[in-house]
Design a protein around this ligand. Structure first.
Ligand code: IVC
Ligand code: AKG
Length: 338
């Protein structure tokens, strides 16, 4: 076992437990003329009562399972995230716990790591510069509408999506994020996904199936794609082509918030440029862990445990939930169950 590495991780974990939460968010006035939804006595399931979302926005999320907020993250912040991403690719900074992932089409090639070959970085919770994204007050203000006041950052990614190699491996199959999560309730989980540049169908923007958050969690596994599929990119099994797909065309700084049961994915990048996005999955710290043995999530649970055992050299009974406890960080309020 790599005791030194395990020790560093333990210190990091203890650091999180003793670290004060991010500064409290000062309530800011709503910028929409529509009246706040909380004035209207209605049954809402997916959003909470506060004065941030207008009634129109709230109804939209309830009905569709996603909500795009224009121009939420500044150009300056995005530039800083981009520069840090490039430093990480060049290995000038090595935050503990981070995954650098090459596309499966070039995974076995011995190429120098740079922006062109890294398809995404994952688990940047120990990189203070990138993790700033997860604590941005303007993001948390919206997150709180879905999670409530005690907010954990559970999962972090910067997806670079370089130009497709021709094998269509830059695609992300249609899936529901809840498949990856051993915690509930699903309605208190939300993803924030911010475009770092203009995204549309050409460079592989997000594709969503509106309203699918009202359904159940479907069985997922690797799709049998001819050109190969990236590690852990599970897709919904036997899913029929759906005409109801919506391509989310977004500008730099636009942010979409979406429910973990919303079926979504992304197409290949047909351009010569990138399709960068930064994202964080948040959950209320009131959520509780569940066992996934005997459920449709058992396959991903086993895969994640295997990877953790290989990576951290831990041979014993590491649980799926331990991996989540290990990497999640409080960003606001109190750490309760998660
Ligand atoms: C809600 C949210 C979670 C939705 C999602 O994002 S779903 C996708 C989640 N994806 C992940 O969590 C990926 C996690 N990352 C990883 O598993 C790792 O980074 C790996 C992709 C396995 C790379 O491992 P690492 O040890 O860093 O690198 P190595 O270069 O030594 O490769 C180890 C073996 O893995 C292979 N590999 C590397 N990249 C990929 C790839 N993109 N797809 C499939 N296989 C891959 C690589 O060829 C090598 O294989 P062997 O030589 O052992 O046969
Ligand atoms: O950014 C993408 O291409 C896909 C991201 C995604 O599916 C996710 O965050 O669950």
């Amino acid at each position: 076992m790599d005791f030194q590495r395990a020790g560093v991780r333990l210190q990091v974990l203890l650091g999180h437990l003793s670290r004060p939460s991010a500064p409290a968010i000062v309530a800011s006035p709503v910028s929409w003329p529509a009246s706040p939804a909380s004035c209207h006595p209605q049954q809402f399931q997916y959003t909470l009562d506060n004065n941030v979302l207008s009634l129109e926005q709230r109804k939209f999320y309830e009905e569709n399972g996603f909500l795009v907020i224009k121009n939420l993250v500044s150009d300056d912040d995005i530039q800083r995230f981009r520069e840090e991403f490039e430093r990480i690719c060049r290995k000038e900074v090595k935050p503990p716990g981070i995954f650098l992932m090459k596309d499966v089409a070039i995974a076995k090639q011995d190429c120098t790591l740079n922006e062109k070959v890294i398809t995404k970085i994952q688990d940047f919770q120990e990189d203070e510069e990138l993790f700033r994204y997860c604590t941005l007050p303007q993001i948390l203000k919206y997150v709180e509408c879905f999670t409530g006041p005690n907010i954990m950052a559970m999962h972090t990614m910067l997806i670079n999506k370089p130009s497709d190699s021709g094998k269509k491996t830059s695609r992300h199959p249609l899936h529901q994020d809840l498949h990856y999560f051993p915690f509930r309730p699903s309605d208190r989980i939300v993803c924030a996904w911010t475009a770092m540049e203009h995204v549309d169908r050409n460079n592989g923007c997000l594709v969503v199936l509106p309203g699918t958050h009202k359904g159940t969690l479907k069985p997922h596994d690797y799709p049998s794609w001819e050109g190969g599929i990236n590690k852990m990119y599970h897709g919904i099994q036997g899913y029929k082509q759906d005409n109801n797909r919506v391509h989310l065309v977004m500008e730099k700084g636009d942010t979409v918030f979406f429910h973990p049961l919303l079926i979504h994915g992304s197409g290949r990048n047909k351009t010569q440029g990138f399709r960068k996005a930064i994202s964080c999955h948040y959950a209320s710290s009131d959520c509780h862990y569940i066992k996934v043995n005997g459920t449709s999530q058992e396959n991903i649970g086993n895969e994640v445990k295997e990877l953790a055992q290989k990576r951290y050299g831990i041979q014993s009974n590491i649980d799926f939930k331990d991996v989540w406890m290990f990497r999640s960080r409080l960003v606001k309020g109190e750490r309760l169950n998660l």
